[in-house]
Design a protein around this ligand. Structure first.
Ligand SMILES: Nc1nc2c(ncn2[C@@H]2O[C@H](COP(=O)(O)OP(=O)(O)O)[C@@H](O)[C@H]2O)c(=O)[nH]1
Ligand SMILES: [Mg+2]
Length: 459
């Protein structure tokens, strides 16, 4: 990856396509010189935002606003110009080409944020969160990502890291001056402190699953025999007629999916072709095969029953299929058509014998029980108790936190067994290194390259 930091870089920072305004960023030592070659303005020199024209010699290319930010108080920590141009790809490309001709080069993916990191404007956890914030699918996940961007997560890590550093200092002092009669930390005090660091890390680790769900969302498949009301439920959840509903069994042959915000979780809900022992035709058969694939890939299943009719062979076959698939997926049992009288031959007790996370009575037709169903989905996903200081923990953080936790537990074990400060110290230093790595301290270049290469160009 071409991350030469002496270069002046430029890229379109807003989405491509037609828009009222698009923003081109230009950053680097030469940013002000480069723009001065193609920008004509009558604004006063002291104005930070100047109005004028981008020109190629005598020819005007666009009427723009240029915002000038002087290092080091800028996003990248370098001289930075944000050019607000008209949002037309032809104009944008002309301006970018002029910038290239006059000394800038195209920015690599994430290079503006990478420079912010290199110049100490953002630690690595904050830089990573820029990406999470932009890709957030719900306002809740955006809020959590913003907590990382604004440094709440980094501060938690720094607090633990500083405490560990402090403990290491005490242990080193013990090693260096064993004979001196200075009041060092007692073994009990060290153990007590270690317990509190371990608990703080454990709390962060516990939020990993929820932050993964907030960031990536979950897939919930609605399954059941034909005519159970699966498509009606999808429509009721979406509040619109997305899937065709008929009383003809086997209407849904292709899987339909839509994403909604369910208590802050990006919830992809999938309607599937009903499973029955004999498909009506080859299209329905293919649909049923697809349903089986979807069941295997879903994070959660909603298994629907029609309680206005009796249970039949098809319900039994689905039970059999799920049992044989041996999935570790939570299943919500949904007793549909509760607006109709319960069929006296519908053996609810036998339904309840299946291994459901919960069972809910609904009517997809009258839209009764839908919000309770969504509450249950969020509860099972484990993010319904969302708090406002929630942070985003990605897999890199998770691995390093786990590493820090393991080494602190070992530190404790060594101290408990033999009060051997030398070995304990060695373990604690590893924990300190893992915590530092979360913040971007002593991170290998290939890891940095991998992180920033997942960013879009212009970020
Ligand atoms: N009375 C009543 N009818 C329903 C309900 N849900 C679905 N239906 C009807 O059941 C039939 C099959 O519904 P549909 O959503 O297409 O079922 P699917 O085959 O499982 O997708 C349609 O005639 C729906 O109007 C419900 O809660 N109450
Ligand atoms: Mg259907």
């Amino acid at each position: 990856m071409n991350y030469l930091k002496e270069d002046t870089i430029t890229a379109l920072s807003t989405a491509a396509g037609r828009s009222a305004i698009a923003v081109i960023r230009l950053s680097g030592q030469e940013a002000f010189q480069v723009i001065s070659k193609i920008f004509q303005t009558k604004s006063k020199p002291e104005q930070q935002v100047k109005h004028g024209y981008i020109v190629d010699g005598a020819e005007k290319k666009d009427e723009v606003l240029c915002a000038f930010f002087t290092a080091p108080h800028t996003y990248t920590g370098e001289n930075l110009v944000e050019i607000s141009v008209h949002g037309n790809t032809l104009i944008i490309n002309e301006i970018l080409n002029l910038l290239y001709k006059n000394g800038a080069r195209p920015a690599e993916p994430g290079e503006f944020t990478y420079r912010a990191f290199l110049n100490g404007k953002k630690d690595l956890a904050k830089a990573e969160a820029v990406c999470s914030l932009i890709t957030s699918k719900t306002t809740t996940s955006a809020k959590a990502a913003l907590n990382n961007v604004s440094g709440i997560f980094s501060q938690k890590i720094k607090n633990i890291r500083d405490s560990v550093t402090n403990l290491i200092a005490f242990m080193e002092a013990n090693l260096d001056h064993p004979e001196e009669n200075i009041m060092f930390l007692s073994r009990d005090e060290k153990l007590l402190r270690l317990d509190s660091y371990i608990e703080s890390i454990q709390n962060l680790l516990n939020s990993y699953r929820a932050s993964k769900i907030l960031q990536n969302g979950i897939k919930v498949a609605i399954i059941g025999k034909p005519n159970a009301g699966k498509s009606s439920l999808l429509n009721a959840i979406l509040g619109k007629n997305r899937a065709i509903v008929t009383d003809i069994a086997g209407t849904t042959t292709d899987a339909i999916e839509e994403t909604i915000d369910c208590h802050g979780i990006p919830l992809t809900i999938m309607d599937t072709a009903g499973l029955r022992d004999h498909a009506g035709n080859s299209i329905e058969f293919l649909g049923q095969e697809k349903t089986k694939e979807i069941i295997a890939s879903a994070d959660m299943l909603i298994w629907m029953f029609d309680t206005s009719s009796q249970l039949d062979q098809n319900d039994a076959q689905i039970a059999d299929f799920l049992k044989k698939s041996n999935l570790n997926t939570p299943v919500i049992g949904v007793l549909n058509k509760s607006d109709l009288p319960l069929n006296s031959s519908c053996d609810i007790d036998s339904i309840l014998q299946s291994n459901f996370s919960t069972v809910i009575k609904i009517s997809a037709k009258t839209e009764t029980g839908i919000s309770k169903l969504l509450d249950e989905i969020a509860k099972i996903a484990g993010v319904s108790d969302y708090s406002s200081d929630y942070v985003m923990i990605n897999s890199r953080h998770f691995i390093l936190l786990q590493n820090a936790l393991d080494t602190l537990i070992r530190t404790k074990q060594v101290l408990t067994a033999k009060d051997a400060d030398e070995i304990a110290c060695f373990e604690a230093v590893s924990a300190q290194a893992a915590l530092n790595e979360i913040l971007g301290i002593n991170v290998k270049q290939d890891i940095l390259d991998t992180i920033f290469s997942t960013f879009c160009i212009g970020k």
